[in-house]
Design a protein around this ligand. Structure first.
Ligand code: ADP
Length: 397
């Protein structure tokens, strides 16, 4: 699928890439942009957003402000996304005016609403939990009286704007349905089967303008209270499961004819089945390890794809890696310099600090990736356990 020889062609004239969203995902594109000779222009609401520090040109506006995107596009060859909470309809007329979005708006259209995304995945035959949409009080009555074939426990999900588990609720029984839905102001939501998974997995994949597809190693992700805490690479799964996941990624990206990088979150059930949880049409937390562990990071890959370069190699240059998110655990403006230095002193450790001015419990402030260079005496599993405990005890105390 991937051609190792395509790695090195660099554009001979500098390109300007507009990015909608200025969070840490845009911030982490800086290194790759510099080495590829690409200039980044960013549309983001606040001067305090992480990516403002890495670009000389910013448009300060909400990411769903299409008028601001018109201005952004006027400065760029191509516009891409680090956040999918956009107003797709408002952006459509810009395509007629000649603005080039990568991924295209058509590729994004089936993915932005969680219910529509499930319908699309069903259409292209990918395995996933059973699901229904729930609209209006009538729907609740039907659900209470068992008026569909989904059994409790269920998972209720807001159809839009959900992230880090916000907008996702596990519903144990019919009495527990009303409260979370009321919190979502009775907007249409999705109900899906609760999957008693053995593990959660994820994979990053990219597709180029010529239709070349590369798939990164499959990783294990560990969530606590629905927020990603750690990523372990590669996931310890059979080669059959890896092949199944690679096929899911290739089917999805080629069906959408997408150009860019996508993250796919998956469940591995206790019976060994793979089910798609969610598709993110952008770089993703489960791919942060690629910055330090792979020949081409997910951020470089995104830029290569959208400016029309051949894709780089997604393979690892080490035996394994562990990525631990540094989540806020208090309200503070501390920059935690001392703790960051201690983390950076661990062997083969790479600390990435997003420069957010305010810490809050659960907020993603940075991450650390530790590489297994195959030089330790411990088995891979022991090494993973040991570094996770070390990092989390240094960080959370
Ligand atoms: P978000 O978009 O907020 O990240 P997700 O749909 O990825 O929301 O859900 C967050 C977490 O909630 C998942 O990583 C998983 O741990 C849990 N979860 C989501 N859907 C299900 C499900 N159908 N069955 C069991 N757990 C689920």
């Amino acid at each position: 699928m991937h051609n190792e020889n395509l790695h090195s062609s660099i554009p001979n004239k500098s390109k300007r890439v507009g990015i909608i969203g200025g969070g840490q995902l845009a911030w982490m594109m800086a290194g790759a942009a510099e080495s590829l000779g690409i200039e980044l222009v960013i549309q983001t609401p606040s001067p305090n957003d992480p990516a403002v520090a890495i670009t000389s040109e910013c448009i300060f506006a909400s990411i769903d402000d299409a008028a601001a995107t018109t201005k952004l596009a006027a400065h760029c060859d191509v516009v891409t996304f680090e956040n999918e909470f956009i107003n797709l309809e408002a952006l459509m007329p810009l395509v007629q005016e000649g603005v080039c979005f990568q991924p295209s708006l058509a590729a994004l259209a089936p993915l932005l609403d969680k219910y529509q995304q499930r319908c699309y995945l069903q259409e292209i035959g990918l395995p996933q939990p059973n699901f229904i949409s729930l609209e209006g009080q009538q729907g609740v009555k039907e659900k209470r009286s068992g008026g569909n074939n989904l059994e409790f426990p269920l998972v209720l999900k807001a159809r839009r704007q959900g992230y880090d588990g916000k907008g996702t609720f596990i519903i144990r029984d019919s009495q527990s349905l009303d409260d979370p839905w009321q919190q979502l102001e009775y907007q249409p939501v999705m109900l899906e089967e609760f999957i008693d998974f053995e593990r959660e997995l994820a994979v990053m994949a990219a597709r180029s303008v010529t239709g070349e597809i590369v798939v990164y190693p499959v990783v294990e992700t560990q969530q606590e209270e629905q927020v990603c805490r750690r990523v372990i690479v590669p996931a310890e799964i059979s080669s059959t499961t890896v092949a199944e996941i690679e096929a899911i990624a290739a089917t999805l990206l080629s069906s959408l004819q997408v150009v860019g990088v996508f993250g796919i979150e998956l469940f591995l059930t206790t019976g060994g089945k793979v089910l798609v949880n969610e598709v993110s049409p952008r770089t993703h937390n489960s791919g942060h390890y690629t910055l330090d562990a792979c020949h081409t990071s997910q951020f470089e890959q995104q830029l290569r794809a959208v400016v029309g370069l051949p894709l780089g190699s997604p393979t690892m240059h080490c035996t394994g890696a562990v990525m631990v998110n540094l989540l806020g655990y208090e309200d503070s403006q501390n920059d935690y310099l001392e703790k960051r230095q201690q983390l950076a002193n661990l062997p083969h450790s790479f600390v990435h600090w997003y420069g957010k001015s305010q810490s809050r419990p659960g907020r993603k402030l940075g991450h650390v990736t530790l590489l297994d260079k195959g030089d330790g005496k411990l088995s891979n599993k022991h090494w993973q356990q040991e570094v996770i405990e070390k990092v989390e005890s240094l960080w959370y105390g």
